[in-house]
Design a protein around this ligand. Structure first.
Ligand SMILES: [Zn+2]
Ligand SMILES: [Zn+2]
Length: 111
């Protein structure tokens, strides 16, 4: 299925304001404004925008925090990568230190 640039379309017909927190994202901050699908189905893109809702990254993240569906992750925006929404976990190293290899896994796993 061909991907529709619904974000561009949504920006044409919807106000550049987060529907959740009400902040204004016109201008340079526009990249932080994303399109949320009310029914969580990114393939449902009625041209009148009835399934769209403009949400800022934070509110959108919040909206999807319960179920990580791929809907908004699929929004391909090169600028998105510059926004540190999911930065490298600083505790990853710590976790690996706590989980020192003790040769336990090999034995238990094979016998
Ligand atoms: Zn917001
Ligand atoms: Zn969404």
């Amino acid at each position: 299925m061909k991907k529709i640039d619904y974000r561009e379309q949504a920006l044409k017909i919807l106000p550049w304001v987060c529907a959740s927190c009400g902040r204004d994202f016109s201008g340079k901050k526009l990249r932080e404004l994303t399109v949320h699908h009310k029914d969580h189905n990114s393939n449902n893109n009625p041209p009148d925008g009835s399934n769209w809702e403009m949400l800022c990254l934070y509110c959108h993240d919040n909206e999807h925090s319960r179920d990580m569906d791929a809907e908004w992750l699929a929004t391909e925006d090169p600028d998105r990568k510059k926004v540190p929404i999911s930065t490298h976990n600083p505790f990853a190293k710590l976790a690996s230190l706590l989980e020192k290899p003790e040769g336990k896994k090999g034995k238990d796993g094979k016998e």
